[in-house]
Design a protein around this ligand. Structure first.
Ligand code: URA
Length: 200
């Protein structure tokens, strides 16, 4: 089956699942981009705009993400974007461990269909999830994004080796402009990693 169809099946599965946050959210925010991408970006959870439109990264953080993809010569056609949580937490509060536990099996399914070579984890939650090997109880023992951003490492996801590049969350850059030069430097790392021949 082709990736797009397989992703549609997973989306339907989520839709039919009684996941936490489904009650309070307006829409399921599943993912967007190229289902055959070699690079995946994984964020935290939908905000207000994403919840309204049912698409990830369409608000202010999304504009930042579009810009930085552009800066390294990529567009939404080259990547696939999904979140740790599939529904918006009320008032954008932090994800709870039980929510992460129940939502991330679907993220792992998305990853197993797409088969990316590189995952850019955006912010603390996505980074810690991958570093903890998907074990939510171990997320609290992982180092934070301030220490880890731009440090490329191999992680196992669904038993497969994937290159993880932790990045500051594009929303953090909106509130803290001093992160811009750091972010730009990290983007150079992304650029270098994705331009490696082995990726394609
Ligand atoms: N922030 C995220 O982590 N994900 C989105 O989809 C939007 C904002």
């Amino acid at each position: 089956m082709d990736n797009e169809l397989e992703l549609k099946k997973i989306e339907k599965e989520i839709y039919n699942d009684n996941l936490p946050l489904k009650e309070t959210a307006k829409n399921l925010v599943f993912g967007k981009g190229n289902p055959n991408a070699k690079i995946m970006f994984v964020g935290e959870a939908a905000g207000r705009n994403e919840d309204e439109q049912g698409l990830p990264f369409v608000g202010a953080a999304g504009k930042n993400l579009d810009k930085l993809l552009n800066d390294v010569g990529l567009s939404m056609n080259d990547v696939y974007i999904a979140n740790i949580l599939k529904y918006r937490p009320p008032e954008n509060r932090d994800p709870l461990p039980d929510e992460i536990r129940k939502h991330t099996p679907y993220l792992l399914k998305q990853i197993s269909v797409i088969h990316p070579k590189v995952i850019c984890s955006l912010g603390n939650y996505a980074t810690k999830f991958f570093l903890a090997g998907g074990d939510v109880d171990k997320m609290k023992d992982q180092e934070g994004i301030t220490k880890l951003h731009g440090k490329v490492q191999m992680v196992k996801v669904n038993g497969v080796d994937i290159k993880l590049i932790p990045l500051f969350h594009p929303a953090a850059i909106i509130y803290n402009r001093s992160l811009i030069p750091i972010w730009e430097k990290d983007m150079e790392i992304v650029k270098k990693e994705i331009s490696q021949k082995t990726l394609f």
